[in-house]
Write a protein that binds this ligand. Structure first.
Ligand code: PLP
Length: 404
């Protein structure tokens, strides 16, 4: 039993969206339904998912959809103002699934020169092997984007803020470029979440999330989602969801549903803590540069102010001696963990060396490598600010910086 949330605010939707009273027990929190099989009237389901999905039968076999996935998809739809959503086992399953759905051999995908490593590696590897043309552009520079369009460009794909260097793209302007060309725009909103930016409202055709990060928010569940218009989402579910089979488990749906209840207050807390840490770093004599969308020193601060409700919790920074600072992290950290991933209660730090990333992941041409170096130098450290006291985070970093 769903409540009518029309005209309600974002926080109310985060709490109540997609879930309501369980009619069989009166439970006001959603039960976990782990059943793989769902009984139906004789004749209403067949051997093929085609015969059942999206028809009168709500659920038939859990790979094709199940109650907790439907609740999560509904909450996501309300949070982003989308028509429909499909959840996947991981963020990368959502991203690769959407690309495999939208692109055919002979099509061209224009992807961001900098992105999440898995996305960069997938687009430069498997996607090309399948006969899909892939090239890169600096999505923050519309001239670079326009110059890279081809007659067969079908999809433009970008992140904002981008992982790992916190560069932004102007979603509205990029959507305009894509649509004038007859292409579609997909935005990976993992670093922002709908609490910060709602790409579909700004003209994007699709938004994808790694639910593993801020959306779930506790570092205890992998998950991913694609949101967009009803018809393409229906196709995505039927072809990619059902046949590639990257279904999100009932338990992970439940964990992420619970995490989303606190998304607005968590995003506000991350931004508060990260602003304090970014300011501390900027004022530190051993720190060379700080990239944080909440600081006026961010080269796209005006865009951040326009496009983001808050600056989120990710920071990239460079120091006077990268190697030495790296060694200092071994012994000095009391609060931060040296670990991959982001968007949980615990603060994490990760190192990115430009030569390594270029070799394994980005594979940029000279011109784009130069742009990357201008932004990120030879290497930087990325912080995911957690929910600890910002003073403790600053002391932790101060101790590590004292080796310089
Ligand atoms: C982590 C991440 C992904 C991949 O998500 P997984 O859930 O780890 O598969 C995609 N995009 C961005 C921006 C990410 O940070």
């Amino acid at each position: 039993m769903q409540r009518d949330l029309a005209d309600m605010g974002f926080s109310t939707i985060a709490v109540h969206g997609g879930v309501g009273l369980d009619p069989s027990t009166g439970a006001i929190g959603p039960p976990i339904a782990t059943s793989v099989n769902f009984a139906a009237e004789y004749g209403s389901i067949g051997f093929s998912a085609e015969a059942t999905v999206g028809q009168d039968v709500p659920f038939a076999y859990a790979r094709e959809g199940h109650p907790n996935a439907a609740q999560l998809e509904h909450k996501l739809v309300l949070l982003d103002g989308a028509e429909a959503a499909v959840v996947f086992a991981t963020g990368i399953a959502a991203i690769s699934g959407l690309m495999l759905q939208v692109l055919s051999p002979g099509d061209h995908a224009l992807v961001s020169d900098i992105s999440y490593a898995g996305t960069a590696e997938f687009t430069r590897g498997l996607l090309r092997r399948l006969g899909i043309e892939v090239s890169v552009a600096d999505m923050s520079d519309l001239d670079d984007v326009r110059g890279a369009l081809r007659p067969n460009t079908r999809l433009i794909y970008a992140e904002t803020p981008c992982n790992p260097v916190l560069k932004l793209v102007d979603i509205q302007a990029l959507a305009d470029v894509a649509h004038r060309h007859g292409a579609e725009l997909c935005i990976d909103g993992t670093f922002a979440t709908p609490a910060v930016t709602q790409p579909l409202h700004l003209g994007a055709d699709y938004v994808v999330y790694s639910l593993t990060k801020y959306m779930g928010g506790h570092g205890d569940a992998l998950g991913g989602a694609v949101l967009g218009r009803a018809e393409p989402m229906d196709r995505l579910r039927r072809e990619v969801g059902v046949h590639l089979g990257g279904t999100l488990s009932a338990f992970n749906c439940w964990l992420i549903l619970r995490g989303l209840e606190t998304l607005p207050i968590r995003m506000a807390a991350y931004a508060r803590g990260a602003t304090q840490v970014a300011q501390f770093l900027q004022d530190h004599p051993r720190v060379v540069s700080v990239r944080y969308p909440g600081l006026p020193s961010h080269p796209q601060y005006a865009l951040a102010q326009r496009q983001m409700n808050s600056p989120s919790g990710m920071i990239a920074f460079t120091v006077t001696d990268h190697e030495r600072f790296g060694r200092g992290l071994k012994n000095q950290l009391q609060v931060f963990y040296f670990a991959a991933s982001l968007g949980l209660s615990r603060s994490l730090i990760l190192e990115a060396r430009t030569a390594d990333l270029q070799h394994t992941t980005f594979k940029l041409d000279e011109a784009h490598l130069r742009r990357y170096r201008e932004w990120a130098g030879d290497g930087f450290f990325r912080l995911s600010i957690g929910l600890e006291d910002p003073e403790d985070l600053c002391s932790d970093l101060d101790r590590a910086l004292s080796v310089l």
